[in-house]
Design a protein around this ligand. Structure first.
Ligand SMILES: NC(=O)c1ccc[n+]([C@@H]2O[C@H](COP(=O)([O-])OP(=O)(O)OC[C@H]3O[C@@H](n4cnc5c(N)ncnc54)[C@H](OP(=O)(O)O)[C@@H]3O)[C@@H](O)[C@H]2O)c1
Length: 398
């Protein structure tokens, strides 16, 4: 039986992962789950899945946790803070780590899993966005297995020939006939809104994605298409493809999850209903397959599949990602940190939806990129940018 640790079990990906695992209890065990502040759901999950260990990222919620768990029949060991999460991710008992913490906070425990040579199911795109090649080198040095869970990267992974999915092919895909990676984007809830109205968008409207049910941060990122930008950076590092070989197309139905274009004219696509349990099941069972609980794609009832170019005026955040890749070094750290601060401010009604882009642009334009040297340096840069983004943000307060 494979033992799984789920970092971020109280989030959307975490809940879906528990669902897939519970469907095959002879094959997968829940060794550990972790949360940040959602103690009610954590306690509920503990009673259902009975993990041996629980991680609580925000130590200040420990008293609340103790209060709520004391009446429960089952009480696992608890580890707190980022050290606690790192020791869960690297525990010798764990075979598979689902990295499903949102934001740059997911980097440290995911790196711990990489150093310990685990199979990592990577949902936390920020780890690759922030640490890029350093993250990939840590995976290699630790002999860890990296399986992308972001549906687009999972699709691309599935569309590359089996032999090419190994890390040795990374960066050499053009020699294997791969011309281009094509990421699909639904266009989110505002694909057809008048651009002038985007200033007045509310957090509730931005979080109401037409096809996917996701956490609030990634939902806002999908609405601005910063999410697709982060995915371009993620694909650039994950597959070692240059940015000019990564194209984004709008595909409103979210049925084709991404594609690989080959030099002979073939385009191979992965399709499925928009449900994260498909890539999660793929990562858990790889190189085999397992049922995900997702209903079969009904090809006959699909009216049409549309594809169109991205309107850069409507979705200016996408180009910031290409700009960050071109600037190189620690630029992606800056863009990611700025965006986390800006999205948080938008969700707290402090800035408008359109100003997320302006904050990100100001931070990126004022940022002097450094060569990436170490994870500690990236973490310091991340903190510095957060401080300057918080200053810049004030200019846009409503
Ligand atoms: N949802 C999707 O469909 C989807 C698709 C592709 C990729 N992703 C990526 O997967 C990751 C998770 O997304 P999500 O939608 O599942 O997010 P979510 O619903 O917001 O859940 C985030 C999880 O991270 C935990 N967390 C938040 N801040 C933390 C911190 N500082 N330290 C440790 N844990 C923290 C949360 O704990 P509490 O709830 O206890 O506060 C929760 O368990 C993101 O990187 C996202 O981009 C998601």
């Amino acid at each position: 039986m494979k033992q799984v640790a789920i970092l971020g079990s109280t989030g959307s990906i975490g809940v879906n992962t528990l669902d897939v695992i519970a469907s095959d209890p002879d094959r997968f065990g829940v060794y550990a789950i972790t949360a940040n502040r959602n103690i009610d759901l954590l306690v509920q999950q503990i009673q259902i899945h009975k993990p041996k260990v629980v991680g609580l990222a925000d130590k200040s919620y420990f008293a609340d946790y103790q209060n709520k768990i004391k009446a429960c029949a089952y009480q696992p060991e608890v580890l707190c803070g980022s050290d606690g999460l790192a020791s869960i991710a690297s525990s010798p008992t764990v075979d598979i780590v689902m990295a499903a913490i949102v934001g740059a906070a997911g980097l440290a425990p995911t790196l711990a899993a990489a150093r310990a040579g685990k199979r990592i199911l990577l949902a936390n795109k920020e780890a690759l966005v922030v640490a890029g090649d350093l993250f990939m080198k840590t995976i290699q040095a630790g002999s860890a297995e990296l399986l992308p869970i972001d549906s687009e990267h999972n699709a691309i992974y599935q569309c590359l020939p089996d032999a090419n999915q190994t890390s040795s092919a990374r960066g050499n895909y053009h020699q294997l006939g791969v011309d281009e990676l094509v990421l699909t984007a639904s266009g989110g809830p505002f694909r057809n809104w008048p651009i002038a109205d985007l200033k007045e968008v509310t957090p509730e409207q931005a979080c109401a994605h037409p096809n996917w049910v996701m956490g609030r941060k990634i939902s806002v990122d999908s609405a601005t298409m910063m999410n697709k930008g982060l995915e371009v950076i993620e694909a650039h590092h994950l597959f070692g493809m240059s940015a000019d070989k990564i194209q984004v197309v709008i595909h409103p139905q979210s049925i084709v999850h991404s594609m690989v274009r080959y030099s002979d004219g073939s385009v191979i696509a992965q399709m499925g209903n928009p449900d994260m349990r498909i890539p999660i099941a793929y990562g858990l069972a790889w190189p085999n397959r397992m049922p995900s609980g997702v209903k079969a794609l009904d090809l006959q009832s699909m009216a049409q599949l549309d594809f169109s170019a991205v309107d850069a005026k409507r979705f200016p955040c996408l180009n910031l990602a290409y700009q960050a890749i071109a600037n190189g070094g620690t630029s992606s750290v800056a863009l990611n940190a700025a965006n986390e601060i800006a999205v948080d401010a938008f969700l707290n009604h402090q800035i408008s939806f359109s100003d997320i882009y302006h904050v990100n642009l100001d931070v990126l334009n004022n940022y002097i990129a450094q060569a990436m040297q170490s994870i500690e340096q990236l973490q310091e840069e991340d903190l510095i940018v957060r401080q300057s983004a918080t200053q810049i943000l004030r200019k846009y307060y409503r």
